[in-house]
Design a protein around this ligand. Structure first.
Ligand SMILES: Cc1cc2nc3c(=O)[nH]c(=O)nc-3n(C[C@H](O)[C@H](O)[C@H](O)COP(=O)(O)OP(=O)(O)OC[C@H]3O[C@@H](n4cnc5c(N)ncnc54)[C@H](O)[C@@H]3O)c2cc1C
Length: 402
């Protein structure tokens, strides 16, 4: 059995960034990723300044990684434009960016490989945890090349996403913060009449459709629908559900959707989950990112909070690994520092779907009120900017200290 100091399960943004931070500070790190390339796993692509700042603090630039900068935001209520804003700042670090995740992750693991303290096991699927004297002591995994192998570690970090094996094997208690929605996710050609970099949100009739530029130049659509209704739509086929989407947007965009029905690529359904583990650390193990707190896609926070978890984890773990401090005490300090931000973001992100999708009489009344209020520059300025700050920059201060 091979041995390492840190073993990270899952090379999403949380696991990849933490692995790079540990390895670049001299901690022997093994990162196990079940996919053989980063294209295969789905993840969102909007990075907020709160996440971009973590990359910058780690010294990771995005040169060579395809990105798009949103330049305009338009909101439609019952097919009518209610907001059309030019996004003003030129300071790229102060605005969200749409970043190709396969390219960003490849870039981070490539940097980690250059540290001399890092090994990536691609196509390695962690199946179980090893334990010794009541603490986690490593993992059992399967790779195509080597079959079943075991790797011992001083600390196993589960960054293996919403269906985390580490979380399941540790039997960590979870709090469900359910959001009643499914999301249809697909791409289609960019509409010629739309300005470059435009982001649009369509609200109305119990639906929410968000359209934004993907890093590959296509238009990314996220269609948020009441949980369970997609099953029926799926039976009716792509053409019919494109028509259903078209019913909720302005005429010009509806015509574009219908005309490009056959050009729609990679449509799939995502079951939106929001939950949080109570107690992220156990002797010999820690969970971060979606494995600790699966984020709803609303607000584009999951990638960002996963990277912020990684930075906080590195702050506590690097000194413990390098100077022989108590590793378990260090791992236990991550959750108390991260929970205030996670709790607030999960609460805030749950509100728009409740209002947009809610079927009670007062939800319709709130929708009408919101559509009037968002037209007011005063409300947009006072209420909007406070909320936007939290989604853009985070709720708590997170700084890389190692
Ligand atoms: C529709 C939708 C849209 C979204 N859009 C955005 C957005 O725009 N912006 C945003 O910030 N967030 C968004 N999110 C959320 C975001 O994708 C996640 O929160 C984020 O990817 C979590 O990062 P992570 O590193 O914790 O885990 P993940 O990115 O889920 O990575 C986990 C990794 O672990 C690997 N793995 C799993 N099991 C094992 C195993 N047993 N052994 C080895 N490896 C394993 C997986 O292959 C995967 O690569 C969206 C989510 C959804 C559902």
């Amino acid at each position: 059995m091979s041995e390492t100091q840190a073993l990270v399960v899952g090379a999403g943004p949380g696991g990849a960034l933490l692995s790079y931070l540990l390895a670049s500070r001299g901690v022997e790190t093994v990162l196990v990723e079940r996919q053989s390339d980063f294209d295969r796993e789905f993840r969102g692509e909007v990075l907020m300044p709160s996440g971009l700042r973590m990359l910058a603090a780690a010294g990771i630039d995005l040169e060579g990684v395809r990105t798009r900068n949103p330049k305009r935001f338009a909101a439609y209520f019952r097919k009518r434009a209610v907001v059309d804003l030019e996004i003003e700042s030129d300071a790229a670090a102060e605005l969200p960016r749409i970043v190709s995740q396969p390219e960003m992750l490849e870039h981070i693991v490539c940097l980690a490989e250059g540290t001399g303290h890092f090994r990536l096991v691609r196509g390695g699927s962690v199946r179980d945890l090893l334990s010794e004297d009541g603490r986690v002591s490593g993992v059992r995994l399967r790779t195509a090349a080597e079959g079943r192998i075991e790797v011992g570690a001083q600390l196993v970090i589960g960054a293996d996403g919403r269906a985390s094996v580490v979380r399941r094997k540790l039997e960590l208690p979870m709090r469900d913060r359910g959001a009643p929605m499914d999301i249809v996710w697909c791409k289609l050609p960019w509409p010629e009449s739309w300005p470059g970099g435009q982001v649009r949100g369509y609200v109305g009739g119990g639906h929410l459709l968000i359209a934004f530029p993907a890093p590959d130049g296509l238009l990314q659509l996220a269609w948020v629908i009441l949980k369970g209704t997609y099953g029926e739509l799926q039976k009716r086929g792509v053409e019919e559900w494109v028509h259903a989407m078209a019913d909720h947007v302005d005429d010009e965009f509806a015509a574009h959707l219908v005309a490009n029905c056959n050009a729609i690529s990679r449509p799939f359904l995502l079951d939106s989950v929001t939950d949080c583990v109570e107690g992220w650390a156990r002797p010999g193990a820690l969970v971060i990112g979606d494995a600790a707190h699966t984020m709803s896609p609303v607000g584009g926070q999951g990638l960002n909070v996963a990277m912020r978890d990684a930075v906080v984890a590195a702050n506590h773990l690097v000194p413990a690994f390098l100077h022989g401090y108590d590793l378990e005490a260090a791992a236990a300090r991550v959750e108390p520092e991260r929970r205030p931000e996670i709790d607030e973001i999960q609460f805030l992100a749950a509100q728009p779907p409740r209002v947009v999708m809610g079927q009670r009489f007062f939800h319709a009344w709130i929708r009408g009120l919101v559509s009037v209020l968002v037209r007011s520059p005063f409300v947009r300025g006072r209420v909007g900017s406070g909320l936007i700050d939290k989604f853009f920059f985070g709720v708590t201060d997170v700084e890389l200290r190692v």
